[in-house]
Design a protein around this ligand. Structure first.
Ligand code: NAD
Length: 473
């Protein structure tokens, strides 16, 4: 007889496993079906391993410049095998942690490929899950009351630039490199492209970024993207914007050569390797969606505000529904979906209140509207901008590039957006997120006493700058 569950989660990534934990807290009998490893993209092929490599790159680059701090070093060298080992050790530790959490929540984990079946002998509704195993063991059937699809996404390639794992790499491939190339061409100057460009440049690799649009990091505020480009150029990164990559021209031997059309002029780029980072596509293939009434748009599953698909007992969250493809978004969507199943009346997610971060060196973080979006949205805006070079702690750190910019509504004083570039801003953006959730105004941020000397003082100064009342600038 097929085992019954209150909830079966397809995909044990950050969205899926967090949802499973919340469901177990709410008293549900839960199973997670995962074909790979618990923790998914974020833990094994994304956030965690890439940030571990970025941290090694930062330490290496800081050590090379240690003399500025009066620390004299000699013969600084990089052992990339140890860099990779450290990364893997961090991933392994966190992976064990997630496995422990599943046990603690009494959550059954099936290591296999889950497919949604149509109405069957087990259930008159679509949703019975058939689990297939790589080793050919007989399929397991499980019957859920609710299903949560959290199957995530994978790197998208460009026609003609198929990933081969070594010369033309996805970000998954790049994480597995056993040695650093001398040079790399990165196609796509979005979040992944810029994090890799920054990391590899800090490791001493010659980096060229080919970006299709006329702005790198196109979703960031224009002032932030400009500053990022200026600061990253100082590391020696070459940015080519408005670059239409001509995939037909790709040739591979010991390295790669590719042409791009830049404003009507052809240019040739040569490097040891190529990374293609032009977005991600949803993992919706083969999971049995054809056995359901679930709607799609541009390859993404459509849901309502509580993540119910057209089949009201089948929910979907995370990268598979598109939107902001971020781990913290997926996990909050997962919690909301599960609380909705359990009739807990969760609040719908306000996507304007979600912080996003780029872990380049310097870091970038933002929340809410960019200035352009706010103006296009019909707001009359006021802005306050304050530089890190006037913040004592930033000078102490030796990292005084960048600024914080606050955009507010001139008529209501509401904060519309906060944008940061500089040291540790991916941690500092949480104050901005709290301010947004509490509907604070710049005045309230300015009233919040920031300890001295800290980097966080920049928030108070930028808030005061909205009314031109900043103290140190
Ligand atoms: P992205 O959408 O952030 O950026 C893709 C970039 O490629 C864009 O700048 C786009 O203009 C450019 N592009 C598209 N087609 C091109 C072409 N033919 N030639 C040159 N450039 C082209 O996608 P990504 O960087 O691949 O990241 C994928 C997803 O993963 C994003 O949603 C991102 O937010 C998420 N992610 C987040 C983090 C983080 O939070 N720090 C880190 C990595 C990835």
């Amino acid at each position: 007889m097929a085992k019954e569950y209150d909830l079966v989660v397809l995909g044990g990534g950050t969205g899926g496993y967090v949802a499973a934990i919340r469901a177990s807290q709410l008293g549900m009998q839960v199973a997670v079906v995962e074909k790979g490893e618990l923790g998914g993209t974020c833990l094994h092929r994304g956030c965690i391993p890439s940030k571990a490599l970025l941290r090694s790159a930062e330490v290496y680059s800081q050590t090379l410049h240690a003399e500025e701090f009066g620390v004299e070093t000699s013969n600084t060298s990089l052992n990339f095998t140890k860099v990779q080992d450290r990364k893997q050790a961090i991933v392994n530790t966190l992976h064990q942690g997630v496995q422990g959490l599943m046990k603690k929540g009494n959550i059954d984990v099936f290591k296999g490929f889950g497919r949604i079946l149509g109405p069957s002998i087990f259930s008159p509704m679509p949703g019975t899950i058939s689990i297939e195993y790589e080793n050919g063991d007989e399929n397991t059937m499980i019957v859920p009351k609710n299903v949560l699809i959290a199957t995530g996404s994978r790197p998208k390639s460009l026609p003609g630039l198929d990933f081969d794992g070594s010369l033309v790499m996805s970000s998954d491939d790049a994480l597995q490199m056993d040695r650093l190339p001398e040079s790399i061409v990165i196609v796509g100057g979005g979040v992944i492209g810029i994090e890799w460009a920054s990391m590899l440049a800090d490791f001493g690799v010659k980096v060229t970024v080919l970006e299709y649009l006329n702005q790198i990091l196109p979703t960031e505020d224009e002032a932030i993207a400009k500053e990022a480009e200026r600061l990253l150029k100082r590391k020696g990164i070459q940015f080519v914007k408005g670059a239409k990559v001509l995939a037909d021209s790709l040739s591979k031997d010991t390295g790669v050569t590719i042409e791009a059309d830049i404003n009507g002029k052809k240019e040739t780029f040569q490097a040891d390797r190529m990374l293609v980072s032009v977005g991600r596509e949803a993992n919706t293939g083969n999971i049995g969606l054809e056995n359901t009434e679930i709607d799609f748009h541009n390859g993404y599953i459509q849901t309502n505000d509580f993540f119910q698909t057209k089949e009201s007992h089948i929910y979907a969250i995370g990268d598979v529904i598109g939107g902001m493809q971020l781990a913290h978004v997926a996990s909050h969507e997962g919690i909301t979906a599960v609380e909705h199943m359990a009739e807990q009346n969760p609040l719908p997610i306000n996507y304007r209140n979600i912080p996003s971060c780029v872990y380049s060196n310097p870091e970038i973080a933002s929340i809410g509207y960019t200035e352009r979006e706010a103006i296009d949205g019909g707001f009359e805006v006021e802005t306050g901008k304050f530089p890190f070079k006037a913040i004592g702690k930033a000078l102490v750190y030796g990292e005084s590039d960048g600024f914080v910019k606050i955009i507010s509504d001139k008529n209501t004083n509401d904060i519309l957006g906060i944008h940061m570039i500089g040291p540790h801003v991916t941690d500092m953006i949480s104050e901005a997120a709290l301010a947004k959730v509490l509907d604070a105004t710049p005045w309230e941020i300015a009233q919040t006493i920031h300890p001295h000397p800290t980097l966080s003082e920049i928030m108070g100064e930028a808030a005061m700058a909205v009314e031109n009342k900043q103290i140190h600038g």
